[in-house]
Design a protein around this ligand. Structure first.
Ligand SMILES: [Zn+2]
Length: 286
């Protein structure tokens, strides 16, 4: 089968504080807490940006967002985007057992169903945490009817990554596709360009050049979080003296002010689609 070529835009729908609890070891806020309501405003801004630039995306909605803000899920779906799951409580997959992973996945699917989205095809792990330690999760995803995963970052970083994983869409287990986030090849390593902090901090020409070079070769997967469109949304909800927390917080603030314009430019100069659309194109080609 030919590799899909359409570029994919993906949005992980969560609030930044509650999705950073694995970094904030000094916070006593438990996983699965109610997300800050700023996720609503920022996701609506995201939807407007996609409409204005005539793009469609896959929204990996965190289960707690669907639980507390079901109307937001309905609005995303109403605007023609794909709803997929980011799990329920934003826990690192390799810290869970297969049983607790499946329970977390099931709860997320139940909340999405309550919000009107029943045909969920895809999953993205919190912090890209399907690594060599947690490849068992792919079988669980298949068991729950997922047709694709987009959780394996083909780099190696502290919390995540498989450095020698494929950098292009591939059938990772029978009947299930893996869509890795975009990287570019430098001698000896893959350099991430797909989104989040990488997109915020890298020069636009580097990202744009990489898309151009790979145009018509295979799908490039990009991502961002709704909170990255709001330069003000970086409030810590606990007092800290932890250097890890402070450094992460500072890194989150970096590049925020220029990020909305950078994303608008990317979405204007290139066309993006949801994974669901890309999978249907692949089916048509057989
Ligand atoms: Zn996340």
């Amino acid at each position: 089968m030919d590799l899909p070529q359409t570029n994919a835009m993906t949005i992980d729908v969560e609030d930044w504080y509650n999705s950073s609890l694995d970094i904030f070891k000094d916070s006593d806020v438990p996983h699965g807490s109610k997300p800050h309501e700023s996720v609503i405003k920022n996701t609506l801004v995201t939807l407007d940006l996609l409409s204005e630039t005539n793009n469609f995306a896959t929204f990996f909605v965190l289960g707690t967002v669907a639980e507390h803000y079901p109307d937001l899920v309905k609005e995303i779906a109403k605007r023609g985007h794909e709803i997929a799951t980011h799990g329920y409580s934003h826990q690192l997959v390799y810290n869970m057992t297969p049983a607790s992973f499946e329970e977390d996945l099931k709860i997320s699917l139940d909340h999405l169903a309550n919000a009107g989205s029943t045909d969920i095809l895809g999953y993205r792990a919190p912090y890209w945490s399907i690594t060599k330690k947690s490849l068992w999760a792919l079988d669980s995803l298949k068991k729950f009817g997922m047709k694709y995963d987009s959780s394996i970052f083909p780099i190696k970083r502290g919390l995540y990554g498989i450095h020698d994983a494929k950098t292009y869409p591939n059938e990772i287990i029978e009947g299930m596709w893996e869509f890795p986030p975009a990287t570019i090849r430098f001698p000896g390593l893959n350099l991430p360009i797909a989104g989040g902090g990488y997109l915020r901090l890298m020069p636009y020409w580097l990202i744009s050049g990489a898309i151009k070079r790979s145009a018509a070769k295979y799908t490039r997967v990009f991502y961002f979080h709704p909170y990255e469109l709001d330069p003000e949304d970086t409030k810590l909800q606990h007092k800290t003296r932890s250097m890890t927390t402070i450094l992460y917080w500072l890194q989150q603030k970096m590049g925020r002010a220029s990020n909305p314009e950078k994303l608008r430019r990317l979405l204007t100069e290139y066309k993006f689609q949801s994974f669901k659309h890309i999978l249907s194109e692949m089916d048509l080609k057989g």
